[in-house]
Write a protein of this length. Structure first.
Length: 242
């Protein structure tokens, strides 16, 4: 059963299996794809919980939550089980951690922003052999070095304020380097025009609001995208999930 595999995976990672059980797990792992996925997921949850809760009040809160879960959901069932062993207490805690990880963090699936925020590559038409600032900006942007790209794109945008492509990628670089308000203003102006980036800009503005968990504003911008625009399908899929 799925639940058995999840708990077995947790016991393996935490080193709570006997040598014989460990070998059995590893032998099954060779050809069981589902078990491999559970193992990868558990490691991800484990890492995520450590990053989120290390040395802060949340760690103590989680421990308290696990204790409550144990008391309410396991000790209450003691008459049926007769006796709750220390091993079952441990398993209940691990199960609670897994549930909390799936419901709160779900790191291997990612949140809606991570799922739908596909940053497009910046393509630059080939020219001469000599590298220009535009070439360098594109290389930095495509390597996700948005802060460095932003500096070059700012200069290029100032020199060519009517260049929609520069405005679009400059706006994205601003939003990806912790300047969402400035980036939104640029992209909102782009949306008011008639360039090929009009609805890509609307989608990017929606993503910036989604990143801030402002779902109402995100919906409003997604709804501006017509069925004839390339981001329409993604926008509609996201609207259904919001």
């Amino acid at each position: 059963m799925t639940e058995d595999k999840i708990l077995w995976t947790a016991q393996y990672v935490e080193g709570d299996l006997s040598e014989e059980e460990r070998l059995e797990f590893e032998n099954l792992l060779v050809h069981d794809e589902e078990l491999k996925q559970y193992l990868a997921d558990y490691y991800d949850i484990h890492s995520s919980l450590q990053m989120e809760l290390a040395d802060d009040a949340g760690r103590a809160a989680l421990v308290d939550t696990l204790k409550v879960l144990n008391v309410e959901h396991f000790e209450a069932a003691q008459p049926k089980v007769v006796k709750l062993s220390e091993r079952l207490k441990w398993i209940s805690a691990v199960a609670a951690v897994l549930v909390l990880g799936m419901l709160v963090w779900a790191p291997w699936k990612g949140d809606l922003y991570q799922q739908f925020n596909a940053i497009p590559q910046m393509s630059v038409a080939e020219r001469g052999a000599e590298k220009t600032d535009l070439d360098e900006a594109a290389a930095l942007f495509n390597n996700k070095k948005y802060t460095e790209a932003k500096e070059l794109l700012a200069k290029l945008n100032t020199a060519e304020p009517k260049n929609a492509m520069l405005a679009y990628y400059y706006g994205l670089s601003l939003m990806e380097s912790s300047e969402p308000q400035k980036g939104r203003l640029l992209l909102e102006d782009l949306f008011k025009g008639q360039s090929v980036y009009k609805y890509e800009a609307a989608y990017a503005v929606a993503m910036s609001y989604l990143k801030e968990d402002k779902k109402i504003e995100a919906k409003q911008w997604l709804q501006k995208i017509p069925s004839t625009a390339s981001p329409y399908a993604k926008a509609q899929e996201l609207l259904e999930k919001l």
